[in-house]
Structures are given as C-alpha cells and as structure tokens.
Design a protein around this ligand. Sequence first.
Ligand SMILES: Cc1ncc(COP(=O)(O)O)c(C=O)c1O
Length: 395
Amino acid sequence: MPPFLPYGRQAVDDADVEATAAVLRSDWLTCGPEVEAFEREFAAAVGATHAVAVNSATAALHLAMVVAGVGPGSRVVTSPITFLASANAAAFVGATPDFADIDPVSATLDPAALAATWRPDTRAVVAVDYAGQSADLPALAAVARARGAVVIEDACHGVGGAFVHDERPWKLGGHPWADLTTFSFHPVKTMTTGEGGMLVTDDPEYARRARLLRSHGMERDPARLVGLGGAETGPWVYEMQELGWNYRITDLQCALGRSQLRRLPAFVARRREIVARYDDAFADLPWLQRPGLRSEADRPHISWHLYTVRLDFGALGRSRADVMAELRAAGVGSQVLYIPVHLQPWYRRTYGYAVGKCPRAEAFYAEALSLPLYPALTDADTDRVIAAVRALGPA
Ligand SMILES: Cc1ncc(COP(=O)(O)O)c(C=O)c1O
C-alpha cells in the first residue's frame, strides 16, 4: 500500500535542519538576531513596512485587536468560514464577534453582506483569505472605512500570494486596503516555524505597541520611560506601562522561518501546479464543484493553502463521513474546513447565534471537503488523489 497522503503537511529539508541546529549551537535561543532578521526579510517579502513576529497567528490577531483599539462595546465582523481564532480574537478583548455571510464563489466575506450586517458599534472587520484566495479587500475596505472601522486581514492561508486590482498585482500584507495583516506558520500552512505568526502593518505606532505587548508591555526605551515613582534611573530600568503577554517567538523558530522563506516561491509554485492538475482532472464531474475564483485575473497570483471542493452528496448517494472513509481506504486524507464559527456551542451560548444566520456559509459547509495539497506531493501522488476522487462517482 503506498503511503497515506494527509490533507496538508510541512516541507522541511536539510537546509532547514541546519539553520535550526546552528541556533542551538549559538548564544541565543529566544528573542535574538534571528527574530529581527526574520521580521526584516518577511516584511520585505510581502511588501510591508513593519513585521512583528509572535508565537502564533492567534497571538497576532489578538495584538491586532488591542493596538487597533478594539475592546468592550465594539463589534467585530468576520466570515464564518474560518478557523476559530479569526473570531475569538475579538472575544479576547471583550468585543462582540459577529459574522456576515460569504460570497459563495470564493467563500470569503461578502462586501454586500458586510454592509447589510453593519451596526453602529461595528469597529473592525476581519477579512479572511480563505484557502489562499484573498477576500475582496478593496470592496471590504470601502465599506469599513466609510463607517470608520479598521480592516484586519487574516492572511493565514495566503502567505506569498497576491490579488489583482486596477490591473496590477498587490501582495497580501503589502497593499493599502488592510490596516493590519496576520500570517500563520503552523505546519499545515504554506511555510512553517513549527508554531508561529506574524503581524504586518505600515503604521509605525501599531508596530511599536505590538512589539511591546508581545513581551509583557515592558518599555526599555529611555525616551519613553515615565518614571517608577523614585529618582532612580539606570540601564536596567524597564517599565510596564501597559498589560501585555508573553507572545514571544524564539530564534530557533525564526531560523527555520528564514530558511523556509527562501523556498516560499517554490512552495507557492508547486501548490499552484497541483491545483491546476486537480482543476483539469475534475472539470467534467457534475457532482463536484472546483474552488471558484472571484476573478480569473487572480489565478496566477494566488498562493493556495487548501484545495476545497464542494461535493453533491445527494447525487453521490452517501454521506460526507462515508466519502471520507472511502478516500481514507484509498490512502487519501481529507478534511472539512470549516464548521461555520457562529454554530460552535460557545458562540451559540454566548451570543445567541443559530442556524440560518449565514445561510451561504452553512450551505458551503454542508458540501465542503479539502483534498491533499502540499509541495511534497508528487505528480504520482496527485494521480492517486484524482483516481480516488473520480472513483466516488458513477463509473
Ligand atoms: C484563517 C486562520 N486564522 C488564524 C489561524 C490561527 O493560526 P495559529 O494556529 O498560528 O494560531 C489559523 C490557523 O489554523 C487560520 O487558518
């Protein structure tokens, strides 16, 4: 039996191992020169002015909320088709996470639904780039900014990608329609640091505060010290002027991140090739909908994290669980991404959300299945995936 193909996995090579081992032999294990170099190189790669590395994208989303001034009394709208963290970050700061429905083609937040869901207390929008395809940032920013809200882009799925607007490509993290953008380096993502995340922004004050808050809010800049209540001063002095967290990432992780960043273009290119193979192979199946594109112009620029198809389980005559079991028996992993966040028990209980709140997202969830997508998949592996999927339907 050939090896099992999971729906996603990291691509770690000898250069990554060497880079990480070199840190283990050095003087610094945690926040040191590798963190700073990773931040610089990542900011340059995505076209952002500032990058703040943290120990997860969840931490990056939390810090984004804090520095943007989102707190109790605020409402934050996101898409239900996302990982829990995109919405949870609003709850961390005492704001109310809310949801607007998706555009059914791209499964990203629909600007018209956002406008329709708007309430006077809405202060921020979290636009999720589902599967790697960007949300319609220019349209979402137009809705949000006209109403005085901040745009946070959750680009955890889309590192290395771009979208086309006004006939030119704009990188995720490097365009003017988001105030803050977050990336994840969890191992199933397009590049990894084991666990880790990045917050990027062009706003120096957002970046400065995020950097401070990732390490307990400790201020050491002499120009910013307010005094501890005595006359004493010296090079050891640190002041906690705000309540922060330990969201620090390590030099070990950032050495891995720098090494992975060098291969990011190759990772993205291979993922695109696999998506093209799947798209060709599934074009004729009436019971399978391939990932939709909001604009064909985006196709050469998308950094795909997921290949999520929509299956007509009625036409196939069996449940999703049965289909997943059949694929598994053929050595092919699959995953359901995502259960709409507003239907999670905590969200129902805390905010009273219920089935019917976002019908298009709920319909998407009912049919969605993500197939294996990662750079180490060979053409022969993808042929196995294709054969197993085609075998689900009538011969
Ligand atoms: C869309 C989205 N946002 C946020 C996160 C949180 O990332 P992390 O696991 O790095 O905290 C993830 C990770 O699964 C994600 O997919």
